[in-house]
Design a protein around this ligand. Structure first.
Ligand code: FAD
Length: 310
C-alpha cells in the first residue's frame, strides 16, 4: 500500500506533535515553518495527564519529567486569607500513568520534539517557508509556499493547518473563526521571588482571588510566573513599566521589597471556534490554551463586598 504523505503547516507545539505521531507511524511528513527556527517565546507552561500519557511512548514524557516540575495538586485560593480549594490529582491514579500536572516551558517542549523528529527519516522540516495558499482535488492537495523569495509547491495526500491563530491554511480554505476575545490583558511576569516561602500552602499552580481582582502563580523549576492584571484605571503600558510591575507584585506581597522581574509579556485570551475543522483533504488543528480556570477567573463579579466567580 502506498504510504500517505502529509504536509503540516507550522512547527508550533501542535504541528511538531502531529509530525512526531504521524512520522513515528512511518507516514511521510513535511513540516513547513514560516519562521527560521522554532519559537523561544514565553508562552504556555502547564501539561496535563492525558498529554503526558500520549507523549510517553515517544520518550518525550521522561525527558520532560527530568527537567520539569511535577504539580501533584493545584488550587483556587482566596488572597490574602489563604482559604483554598485544593485539587489533588492523585485521585487519578489508575486512570493515568501521570496523575499530576507538569510545569515545563512550551519552548523547551518544542526543542525536545524537534530533537526526536531528527531521528525520524520519514519527517522533513523546512524552516523559513511560509504557506501562502493551497488547492485540492479529489486525490491530492498542492500547498504553495514562499521560501526566501522563492515560490515553491509541495504535493501531499493530506494537509494539516497547524499554523496558529492567523492560519494561512484556514484562510486558503475559506474557513471563518467566530467568537470573542476576553477583554482583559494578562501580564505574564517571571521572577525568582519565592512565593512558596511567603504564601502558606501554595500549590505549584494556584489561581487566586483578591479583593481587587485576580492573579495566578505558576511555578517552574527555579522561577515563578505570575499572571497579573492592570489596576483599575491603569493602562497596560503603565502596568508593564518596572514600577507598574512592582506595584502589581506588591499587591500580592506588600512587604516583599524589590521583586526582580526576569521577563514580562502582555497577551489576550481568545475564545474562537472555526466553522469546520476539515474540508476535503485539509484539516485544521491548533492548541487550545488550558485556560478554563483562568477564563472563569476573568469573570469574577463583585457581590456586595465579596468577589466571586460569576
Ligand atoms: C504569553 C502566553 C502564555 C500562554 N500560556 C498558556 C498556558 O499557560 N497554557 C496553555 O495551555 N496555553 C497557553 N498559551 C497558549 C499557547 O501558547 C498556544 O495555545 C499554543 O502555542 C498553540 O500552539 P499551536 O501549535 O497551535 O500554534 P503556535 O504556537 O502559534 O504555532 C504556530 C506555528 O505556525 C507558524 N506559522 C504561522 N503562519 C505560518 C505559515 N503561513 N506557514 C508556515 N508556518 C506558519 C508560526 O511561526 C508558529 O511556529 C499562552 C500563549 C501566550 C502568548
Amino acid at each position: 500500500m502506498k504510504r500517505p504523505s502529509i504536509v503540516i503547516a507550522g512547527a508550533g507545539p501542535i504541528g511538531l506533535t502531529a509530525a512526531l505521531l504521524l512520522g513515528s507511524k512511518d507516514i511521510r511528513v513535511t513540516v513547513l515553518e514560516a519562521d527560521d527556527k522554532i519559537s523561544d517565546a514565553l508562552r504556555a507552561s502547564t501539561w496535563h495527564p492525558p498529554t503526558l500519557d500520549m507523549l510517553a511512548p515517544y520518550g518525550i514524557t521522561d525527558r520532560m519529567l527530568a527537567a520539569g516540575l511535577p504539580c501533584p495538586n493545584w488550587q483556587i485560593r482566596m488572597h490574602p486569607s489563604g482559604d483554598r480549594a485544593v485539587f489533588d490529582l492523585s485521585v487519578l491514579e489508575g486512570e493515568t500513568d501521570h496523575p499530576y500536572r507538569l510545569q515545563y516551558e512550551q519552548s523547551k517542549y518544542g526543542h525536545l520534539v524537534l530533537d526526536a523528529l531528527g531521528t525520524l527519516s520519514s519527517v522533513t522540516i523546512h524552516f523559513s517557508t511560509a504557506v501562502t495558499g493551497l488547492r485540492q482535488s479529489a486525490d491530492t492537495v498542492t500547498v504553495q509556499a514562499s521560501s526566501q523569495d522563492e515560490e515553491r509547491e509541495f504535493a501531499a495526500d493530506y494537509v494539516i493547518g497547524a499554523d496558529g491563530a492567523r492560519s494561512a491554511v484556514r484562510k486558503a480554505i475559506g474557513v471563518e473563526l467566530s467568537g470573542d476575545i476576553y477583554p482583559e490583558t494578562t501580564i505574564l511576569a517571571t521572577t525568582l521571588f519565592p512565593f512558596h516561602e511567603r504564601l502558606e500552602g501554595l500549590s505549584n499552580v494556584s489561581y487566586c482571588w483578591k479583593p481587587t481582582g485576580t492573579f495566578s502563580l505558576l511555578r517552574l523549576p527555579g522561577v515563578w510566573r505570575a499572571s497579573l492584571y492592570a489596576r483599575e484605571g491603569q493602562s497596560i503600558e503603565q502596568a508593564l513599566t518596572d514600577e507598574g510591575l512592582q506595584d502589581l507584585l506588591h499587591d500580592i506581597i506588600p512587604e516583599a521589597g524589590l521583586i526582580e522581574v526576569l521577563e514580562s509579556r502582555p497577551y489576550r485570551i481568545h475564545k474562537r471556534l472555526a466553522s469546520t475543522y476539515r474540508q476535503g483533504r485539509v484539516f485544521l488543528a491548533w492548541g487550545v490554551p488550558g485556560w478554563r480556570c483562568r477564563a472563569s477567573q476573568q469573570s469574577v463579579r463583585r457581590y456586595g463586598d465579596e468577589w466571586r466567580p460569576a
